[in-house]
Design a protein around this ligand. Structure first.
Ligand code: CMP
Length: 162
């Protein structure tokens, strides 16, 4: 699967304008082969096999190169990301050149705030090295929050810490 950050020309310009690191084009869902990856992520660890399969049908795997702004401060939020592999830093500003306010690693998620409050992204999240992430579009994430109390609790606990 091509990396979103591997785009060039018009797609990169679109990324710079929208702050969204991946194109609108549909990506294959991670499907059943992604189940081991999903079940290793603490956010999904409490789910039954059936529910995990449901998440797998909704989720997409996306890959980012080092330095990619995966979500950009001030832009609308369309998706939640869970890091499967790699590291990221959270920094303030549309151009996130300042000090990191948080560091994220495997199992951590980001992008939940804009989905929940409907406002713009509160910070930028930048890949520190290559990142493999699970992406859940807004509708799928909100549906999961409603149907899976364990996921909703985990999200709320993390939100409170942030
Ligand atoms: P959102 O506002 O949608 O987009 C930026 C994301 O950065 C935000 O959701 C959180 O997931 C994450 N974020 C913002 N502030 C912090 C923080 N202080 N610690 C960790 N993550 C944060």
């Amino acid at each position: 699967m091509p990396a979103p950050s591997g785009l060039s020309g018009a797609a990169l310009t679109a990324q710079a304008l929208t702050g969204v690191a991946s194109p609108r084009a549909a990506r294959p869902r991670i499907g059943r082969r992604g189940l081991p990856m999903l079940s290793a992520i603490p956010l999904f660890a409490g789910l039954s096999k059936r529910h995990l399969r449901h998440v797998a049908d909704l989720a997409e795997e996306v890959r980012f190169r080092d330095g990619t702004v995966m979500v950009r401060a001030g832009t609308p939020g369309r998706a939640l990301y869970v890091i499967a592999e790699g590291r990221a830093r959270v920094a303030r500003g549309v151009v996130p050149i300042g000090r990191a306010i948080a560091r994220l690693g495997p199992g951590d998620f980001f992008g939940e705030i804009a989905l929940l409050d409907g406002g713009p992204r509160s910070a930028s999240v930048v890949a520190d090295g290559p990142v493999v992430a699970i992406r859940l579009m807004r509708g799928a994430f909100l549906k999961l929050m409603r149907s899976e109390p364990a996921i909703a609790m985990a999200v709320v606990q993390t939100l409170a810490q942030r």
